[in-house]
Design a protein around this ligand. Structure first.
Ligand SMILES: *Cc1c(COP(=O)(O)O)cnc(C)c1O
Length: 491
């Protein structure tokens, strides 16, 4: 299995196809594109039948080995077995089995309509990002040990990604994590989750500024190429290919758990921001999984909903990005979207490059086919099964209340956006699976507003705010940041 950039000119020698391990530790391709396999591996009906009996870890192995063909199978099997265990995904709700890793819960079944929740948030940080990040931690440790190399992960977070990265990388040999967050701007729960880690390879840096200041510092440090090379700096952001592949697994798992035979169809509704999660659904579908619709649910930041309704992709400026009560979907630009567009335009790299350069220069592109637009591929979007919808703060509050009343469970704000949009897209005879992307305890302020009571916390999280915290406070000063990194890496 080989990988190419979505912007790779076939002739460019520097763009020769890469193996899985070559792109594992990197981010963007050198030409600014994203990596995708040269073709999607196909799954047969016989394989799907056989996979119905597998554990989550065994299924993850079967799917990953189609993509990571340069890792010996025995090693990959050991890595997936170590990653997907019941004790890592122990935060399952009452009545759900942690051994299922991503247990399903039927919410509603009437008149041929079936609404199901797939819990992806039972890992250490109570958000779906653990599903991929936990595997990444083990893959990185494995790959670095082979090369006798080390890696210093440097990133900025406003919440979910940073904590998932830290919990995946804590205690891993050859890896340090330097994570910037805006000082006193995260919720008490999120702050405690990250800052209570005492592992010597985890460095929490609270920056005196807002999230954009943190991101600017990451960019400034990453643009200093000699420093970046000397300090062996890498990232784990949502465009990382291994993260996307790890997410493909739970679409298969959800399908197999919700159906009895392969002639049944299932749709998925996915609370979306950077298009990473739903991009994995697109890939599962391209591999032959019988997915009917993939429904992107957005909050007030509706860049994706706008595209799937109109064919116009229009990114927002950061000043136009709303701060909402489903904050992990507050994005102005969907960083994985280029992967889908590449397929949509028939894997034409020149065209993909031109469209995304237009995003940089003109803030977007238009595939609606109207006079003056950049193309007419929007007519093909339906063939890929995509639909979308949007949800607001009021919708979240209403949905959290409805779900508590009707089904007796408390859902988080992002999942509420998903359920709201899923209900608008139910069809008779097709099971609708909503991906649960976080547990309610993480976003308690809004649960309190909706229900007048606190979200229940999984065991072990009762008093995390009282744990001792380990972090440094720093001004938004690039030179000081570089000093801090160099001192702590000793490089
Ligand atoms: C990251 C995140 C999302 C959005 O996922 P994307 O892959 O960026 O589309 C949704 N919900 C929660 C809770 C998240 O942490």
């Amino acid at each position: 299995m080989q990988y190419v950039s979505t912007r790779a000119a076939a002739s460019a020698a520097s763009q020769s196809p890469q193996q899985f391990s070559d792109i594992l530790l990197g981010g963007l391709a050198p030409d600014g594109g994203l990596y995708l396999p040269t073709e999607y591996p196909q799954v047969t009906g016989a394989e799907l039948d056989a996979w119905r009996k597998l554990s989550y870890a065994e299924l993850a192995f079967e799917i990953l080995k189609k993509f990571a063909t340069d890792i010996p199978e025995a090693d990959l099997k050991a890595l997936t077995a170590k990653t997907y265990t019941a004790d890592v995904y122990r935060n399952a709700r009452e009545g759900e089995s942690p051994a299922d890793i991503t247990p399903l819960r039927v919410l509603e079944e009437s008149k041929g309509r079936r609404l199901v929740l797939q819990a992806l948030s039972n890992g250490p940080t109570l958000a779906f990002k653990d599903m991929a990040m936990q595997l990444l931690g083990n893959l990185f440790e494995y790959a670095l040990a082979k090369k006798n190399a080390e890696l210093n992960i440097f990133g900025a977070t406003s919440g979910d990604t940073g904590s998932a990265a830290e919990y995946a990388m804590r205690g891993k040999k050859g890896i340090r994590v330097f994570m910037l967050s805006p000082h006193k701007k995260m919720s008490a729960f999120q702050t405690a989750q990250m800052f209570s880690l005492q592992d010597p390879n985890i460095f929490n840096i609270a920056v005196e500024g807002v999230f954009d200041d943190c991101q600017d510092m990451v960019k400034a440090v990453s643009n200093d190429l000699p420093f970046k090379a000397k300090q062996k700096i890498g990232t784990v952001n949502s465009i990382n290919w291994a993260r996307v592949v790890a997410q493909v697994v739970y679409y298969f798992r959800g399908y197999l758990a919700a159906t009895a035979s392969n002639d049944q169809k299932v749709s998925f509704t996915v609370p979306s921001g950077n298009f990473g999660n739903i991009c994995a659904g697109h890939i599962a579908r391209m591999m032959g999984l019988p997915i009917d619709k993939l429904v992107a649910a957005t909050n007030e930041n509706d860049v994706l909903d706008e595209f799937f309704r109109t064919g116009v992709y229009r990114v927002r400026k950061s000043a136009e990005t709303y701060h909402t009560s489903s904050p992990s979907m507050d994005i102005s630009k969907a960083s994985n979207f280029e992967r889908f567009i590449y397929d949509l335009v028939g894997r034409d790299a020149e065209r993909t490059r031109a469209l995304f350069l237009k995003v940089e220069t003109h803030g977007g592109f238009d595939l609606s086919g109207y006079p003056g637009s950049d193309g007419d591929e929007f007519t093909k979007v339906a063939q890929y099964g995509f639909k979308s919808g949007k949800s607001t703060h009021k919708d979240r509050l209403d949905t959290i209340r409805d779900v508590a009343d009707d089904y007796g469970i408390v859902i988080d704000t992002h999942t509420a956006d998903g359920i709201k949009v899923a209900r608008e897209n139910l069809e008779p005879g097709v099971t609708m699976i909503v991906l649960e992307t976080a547990l309610a305890a993480k976003f308690n302020e809004t649960i309190l507003e909706a229900l007048g009571e606190d979200a229940e916390r999984p065991a072990g999280f009762e008093n995390i705010e009282a744990l001792e915290q380990r972090f440094v406070v720093m001004p938004a000063d690039v030179a000081k940041m570089k000093d801090y990194i160099a001192t702590n890496t000793g490089l």
